[in-house]
Design a binder for this molecule. Structure first.
Ligand SMILES: [Zn+2]
Length: 151
């Protein structure tokens, strides 16, 4: 199925609206211009991305544009382990917001590194076990277990 895209012409007509607080007239125009229900709702909820001229995929986030930027940066870093690289790359390509991003950081970029065992780390993460922490835990847990889960 062809992905529904709003045309440049439509973009020009609605780009200056405050998507979340449309006037009645603006909303009527938007409803007439964006017939695809999902795209219409995405526009009204998240507004437009200036990069690709399409409605964003979440708050302050355009997944296609973010994925493209991450992909262009793949050649600039490596953990030295292709399994970890692929894991981080996949997280980056599928992220739905800043809170889901995982990035490789060289060990020597950290200061005052303190050893935490896995139990302590889990405790410190508490209820805030989002994707970021799961990524760390999977890596810490050893390659075999999380590799299986990812493939
Ligand atoms: Zn975009």
């Amino acid at each position: 199925m062809e992905e529904y895209r709003i045309s440049d012409e439509v973009y020009e007509q609605i780009k200056d609206f405050y998507a979340r607080t449309l006037t009645k007239e603006q909303e009527l125009l938007v409803d007439n211009l964006i017939l695809n229900k999902e795209i219409n709702e995405r526009y009204k909820t998240y507004g437009l991305c200036k990069g690709c001229k399409q409605p964003r995929s979440s708050n302050n986030w355009c997944r296609p544009c973010a994925s493209k930027r991450f992909q262009q940066d793949f050649k600039n870093w490596t953990s030295g382990n292709h399994i970890i690289d692929e894991f981080i790359q996949r997280i980056q390509l599928e992220a739905n917001g800043f809170y889901e991003i995982l990035e490789w950081t060289e060990y020597n970029a950290f200061e005052n590194v303190e050893y935490l065992d896995l139990q302590l780390l889990i405790k410190q993460c508490g209820k805030n076990q989002d994707l970021y922490y799961r990524g760390i835990l999977k890596i810490m847990d050893g390659l075999d277990t999380w590799k299986e889960e990812l493939l």
